[in-house]
Write a protein that binds this ligand. Structure first.
Ligand SMILES: Cc1cc2nc3c(=O)[nH]c(=O)nc-3n(C[C@H](O)[C@H](O)[C@H](O)COP(=O)(O)OP(=O)(O)OC[C@H]3O[C@@H](n4cnc5c(N)ncnc54)[C@H](O)[C@@H]3O)c2cc1C
Length: 490
């Protein structure tokens, strides 16, 4: 055998698996990365690197962010515990109770322990995700429970640290090496991969293979096939290497598709964003402060409740809803009362600006008369209840308009007014493979395929319709760690 374990892919899930395999006794571990070195790391590189995990006491967070109380007085008092039941409730609520019960239990129950493992074995450094999760209320910063900690330097740091840790552990990495097929022994055991690399086509043998090559978000043909219209036109937020290769390789040998193949994670992004993620821009095209204003489509209409929930629980489905609007274009409109609350990522583009609402809408590619009417009707209906508080579901709502805005519905009455053009960008796909508790891939005869494991975006069943922020990386780390351990032990 050339290797004990081959891991296909070089993102967070892949390295969780590779490092875990090595730690569990696999001597020769190979990571295959289809991308060239300068584009390595998949979606992990582009991510905001926020992790959602359980803790029963806020003191359990100190090991990750020891200076939190010093830097943000009141942190220990202000942050609520996030026990198993709370994580489960969030996951089930946003997935309409469809998250696979066995897999979600594994994910949730192993989340804290896996964070500790990433810190100790993975050598990750963490920080509070101030720019995206901290909400300033007066002089204080409020933190949501569950998802507020990220790796230092976000996805760039997460990805770089995994490569460094793997190199220190003598894990071999080959770039420009895309796996094309799984090699099978006559017994039916997976015993290697066929790879297209710098030296042409090569079969590399191993005792076990872990597939961690992401979903099919980059592949317009598969997006059209599985997600439907108009997903083939979506901009891709992250890597332009995730074409569903690993899924295809596994399905070709009889693996079972599992989960929501018609679903994906997609977010509101700058309408001018490039077609694929750009390494240095990472996740900065996101436009997630819509809950502080209103969104108009090109017909000049609101079509959604911008304040239905905390944006960590709506952003991943609103991207798709925006994409389905005419021309896949909407405008996020704010007045100057909330401008200082917009996520810092908004500073990466220039909005349209005006001292009057009419002056603003006249600059937009919308039905001007209808847009002004919508904003006037919104203003007449807004600001019921209160007081306004961006850190909680504040109940400031509209009355008598459809769709309503159920929280943070302040009037747009303080110039200057601004508008950001926004479209929907795809992040990753939800459809994947069925795995058991050992992250072993299950075939359509409901039996495990010997020698084949998977993790990360390739695991099906966890996410349906929507997704709670910070769960993708946590899932990749939990199932990657399990897959690596299982693969090493054979
Ligand atoms: C902009 C953005 C922001 C995000 N922010 C967050 C966040 O804050 N928190 C969170 O939890 N999640 C976030 N996510 C989602 C998260 O990044 C993904 O869920 C996670 O990175 C998936 O990890 P993975 O290892 O499964 O896939 P990836 O990280 O995408 O890695 C897949 C790897 O496989 C390689 N590959 C593909 N095909 C082949 C092949 N045939 N052979 C060899 N290699 C191949 C790719 O090049 C890549 O290295 C974000 C995603 C994006 C795009």
């Amino acid at each position: 055998m050339d290797y004990d374990v081959i891991v296909v892919g070089a993102g967070n899930a892949a390295f969780s698996a590779a490092v875990s395999a090595k730690e569990s006794g696999a001597k020769r571990v190979l990571v295959l990365e289809k991308a060239p070195r300068e584009k390595r790391g998949g979606n992990t590189h582009f991510s905001g690197a926020v992790f959602r995990f359980i803790y029963s006491d806020v003191a359990e967070l100190d090991r990750f962010v020891p200076n939190a109380e010093r830097d943000y007085p009141g942190f220990h008092q202000g942050v609520q515990p996030y026990p198993v039941e709370a994580f489960r409730a969030d996951l089930m609520r946003v997935t309409q109770d469809r998250s696979d019960p066995q897999l979600s239990t594994i994910l949730i129950e192993n989340s804290y322990d896996t964070m500790c493992w990433m810190q100790e074995t993975g050598r990750m450094k963490f920080e509070l995700a101030l720019s995206v999760m901290g909400v300033r209320v007066g002089n204080e910063v409020k933190w949501p429970r569950g998802a507020m900690i990220r790796t230092e330097h976000e996805g760039v740091g997460l990805s770089r640290t995994w490569f460094e840790t793997a190199e220190k552990m003598d894990i071999e990495i080959r770039y420009d090496s895309g796996a094309q097929r799984l090699a099978l022994a006559e017994s039916g055991r997976v015993n290697g991969v066929v790879v297209r690399g710098p030296n042409g086509i090569e079969t590399i043998n191993a005792k076990a293979v872990v597939l961690a090559s992401g979903g099919f978000e980059t592949n317009p043909a598969w997006r059209r096939h599985y997600l439907g219209d108009p997903w083939d036109h979506a901009k891709v937020r992250g890597s332009n290497f995730n074409y569903g290769d690993g899924l295809k390789m596994a399905l070709d040998i009889g693996a079972m598709p599992w989960g929501h193949w018609g679903g994906c994670h997609a977010t509101p992004i700058n309408a001018e964003a490039p077609d694929y993620g750009v390494q240095h821009l990472t996740d900065k095209t996101n436009r997630l402060s819509y809950f502080l204003g209103v969104m108009l489509n090109v017909e000049g209409k609101r079509w959604i409740d911008e304040g239905a929930d905390i944006n960590s629980f709506t952003y991943a489905k609103y991207g798709g809803l925006i994409l389905r609007q005419p021309r896949s274009l909407v405008y996020q409109i704010f007045d100057s009362k909330v401008l200082q609350l917009l996520e810092p990522r908004y500073s990466t583009s220039e909005p349209f600006k005006s001292e009057t609402l009419v002056g603003l809408v006249n600059q937009l590619k919308v039905d001007h008369r209808q847009a002004l009417k919508t904003l006037e009707e919104y203003n007449a209906a807004a600001a019921r209840g209160g007081p306004f508080n961006p850190a909680v579901l504040d109940g400031v709502h509209t009355e008598g308009i459809d769709p309503p805005k159920t929280n943070w519905a302040q009037k747009l009455d303080t110039p200057p007014y601004v508008a950001y053009p926004v479209t929907g960008g795809i992040t990753f796909t939800f459809g994947g493979l069925k795995v058991n508790q050992d992250a072993q891939v299950i075939a359509t005869d409901w039996k495990p395929i010997p020698g084949l494991y998977t993790c990360g975006e390739m695991v099906g069943g966890l996410f349906h319709y929507n997704y709670p922020l910070g769960t993708g990386l946590m899932s990749g780390a939990v199932f990657g760690r399990i897959a690596g351990r299982s693969a090493a032990r054979g």
